[in-house]
Design a protein around this ligand. Sequence first.
Ligand code: A3P
Ligand code: MG
Length: 439
Amino acid sequence: MDQRHQSHHRPQHPNSNHHDNHQSTFKRDMDDSGRGHFQHKRFRPGQNHHPAGPSTPPSSPPTQSLSIQRQLYERDFPLYKQPVEVGHFSLDSERRFFNDARQLRYYVEPEKSCPNFDLRDGYRGRFVKRDDRVKEKLDHILRWILANRSKLQSKDTAASSSPCALGVDIVTWRGHLTKLLTTPYETREGWLLAVTRMGGTLYISEVETEAARRDRENRTERHEEMMYWGYKFEQYTCADDAQSLPDPGGVVNTNEAFCTVVQTRLAEHRLLFSGEVDCRDKDPKAPSPPANYIEMKTSLEISTPKQRSNFHRFKLLKWWAQSFLPGVPRIVAGFRDHDGVVVSVETYHISKISQLIKNETNCWKPTVCMNFCCEFLSFVKSVVTEDDPRVVHLFSWDPHRDVTYSIHRDSQYSFLPDWYVREMTSSTSRETHHHPPQT
Ligand code: A3P
Ligand code: MG
């Protein structure tokens, strides 16, 4: 039965936030000049995370809401370790999981700076669209975890007290973290994030908001077609192997995906997350993943100063957040006209984006994004203390509001599947030696 606790917003108390309690407790050894770079330095042992949050005394109840006011997060850039790829997986044309890189593609630079790619081509006859009514939650990542448990646990087994401890604090999709990073600047779309603690690890899985469902069900034909354009651009620029050329005559199937799984640390939060990667550098001498990965994007061509400013203030924020998180260093952007014809292609280096936007007034700041995300994760840790796969804390945010939450037991929001819970809570001998079948 659902047990709704406080789910009301408290806008009249903008400072009733968790962040104030914690402000001085984090080590912040990167100043703003370090933006765009990662930190290799490790935390000292004394700075490891505390289950109830770094500065919440065990007896005091957690704060009920978290403010998103930007000025609260304008401080030094938090420690963000260089993300390390610990694995990858592929989803085929029928969305089946494979614990390998069969769907990884190779970037082929367009021959001309004005390639005239027609992004509308194939929309009617050569397009298989993933069914976005199906909510996969964390399932693919959980499959990857079961198939690679020994890899993950070998690093941490000595330190772990729980039989199913993974050695990470947070498991989630990169896309959910992207939403957190951009929250202080988001004015249109709210979010719902379901959180469950199991074996000391917090699993974070998005729940579709009512507004998002309505938007999805009421997309115009034009919008539906424009969503295809981004994938079509990938098809024009990506090949199946390092020796071959792209095949623009083929079918675009958005079920297919290659996902990287990375491990990193944001302040005291040990993160394991996965994100889709569009392609890699085809040079065999390219650096190892994720440094050889490339994100493909499309955007309307920029013709006026106002358009340039909007591109910097809104689009580059999303692009930066998405690629910075997994350590993908480059974006290749195809600028198109209103008819879906690509008129120019440009490369953006993630580490140079903060320079590019610095003269823009009213612009976003990487440090605000990262500090907010860090603070949200601390808030979640302090709130979600009950270790139970059937319990979900649903964190909710709407633009111009604080983040609040409600608690749900055995509800529609429970998202850890039985096959995962069973496998993770089975005996220790199975845990280290058993390799579950890949489905
Ligand atoms: P663009 O990025 O060129 O817009 P991604 O860029 O994250 O790899 O996603 C690939 C494409 O999926 C996007 O290409 C876009 O076409 C489509 N897409 C992804 N997220 C979307 C969203 N929220 N709304 C509409 N289209 C989206
Ligand atoms: Mg892309």
